[in-house]
Design a protein around this ligand. Structure first.
Ligand SMILES: C[S@@+](CC[C@H](N)C(=O)[O-])C[C@H]1O[C@@H](n2cnc3c(N)ncnc32)[C@H](O)[C@@H]1O
Length: 231
């Protein structure tokens, strides 16, 4: 009698689905900014903290790049990303942050990074690698809502710490300075400024104490930083 067919040990999809579902509206706004700001063909894209590759899937559908790179510390997340992305570009590479140095200098047109910086201990290293790998005039779009000027952050930080995450307190100007110190031209704005906000106060993973706090997070405190590589 034959036994059960072995299945590759990929992690449960639940977290992936709920995180990606919650992020779609923010990724859509990010893609709108990419479309508005990027000039010329985008042949090479890199996402920092790509998790299971959902944002890269959407960027690939929009831009049809020749090269896709995901930087992600979790091996299971890299594995799932590679599986989803493998047919979306001729070259697809998934790397842990400590191997980012393998990406050739001045080779990437577009870098994205969505809600990762509050987990990054070494911000100068991250911006050094962004600056090194961007081609001249290449652009990095970095989204951060988990920062010290956001009134929800102390509550969310505690929640993340209780779940065992190591998190870092960062002010928006810390982020701006780190990019500028790495040789990039920095700018910022709210990621989105209008549109419907779907929210269920009784079932949300990360909560708000009032409608005002919810809308302030969505339209004011969730920041988009744009860093352009100087020639
Ligand atoms: C909150 S999730 C966001 C994932 C994804 N960017 C998104 O929009 O859904 C943060 C991700 O950053 C990754 N991460 C943590 N530390 C990192 C680091 N030093 N460099 C790059 N990614 C990191 C985590 O493993 C996780 O996948």
């Amino acid at each position: 009698m034959s036994g059960p067919v072995p299945v590759p040990s990929l992690p449960a999809l639940e977290d992936d689905v709920s995180l990606e579902h919650a992020n779609q509206i923010f990724w859509s706004s990010l893609l709108d900014h990419v479309k508005a700001d990027m000039r010329g063909p985008v042949e090479s894209i890199l996402d920092v903290g790509c998790h299971h590759g959902g944002l890269l899937v959407r960027l690939a559908a929009l831009l049809h790049p020749k090269r896709i790179t995901g930087v992600e510390p979790a091996p299971s997340a890299r594995e799932r990303s590679l599986f989803r992305l493998r047919q979306l570009a001729p070259a697809v590479t998934l790397l842990p942050p400590e191997r980012w140095g393998e990406v050739p200098t001045a080779s990437v047109d577009l870098i994205t990074c969505h809600e990762v910086l509050h987990l990054v201990a070494d911000l100068p290293y991250l911006f050094h690698q962004i600056s090194r790998t961007l081609r001249p005039h290449g652009t990095a779009f970095v989204v951060a809502g988990c920062h010290t000027e956001n009134p929800v952050w102390p509550r969310w930080r505690e929640q993340l710490q209780e779940a065992g995450q190591a998190v870092v307190d960062r002010a928006p100007f810390d982020i701006l300075r780190a990019g500028i110190d790495a040789g990039l031209r920095g700018a910022l704005r709210p990621l989105r400024r209008d549109g419907w906000v779907l929210y269920d106060p009784d079932r949300a993973a990360f909560t708000y104490s009032s409608a005002e706090e919810l809308l302030d997070h969505q339209y004011r405190h969730k920041l988009l930083f744009r860093f352009v590589k100087q020639p």
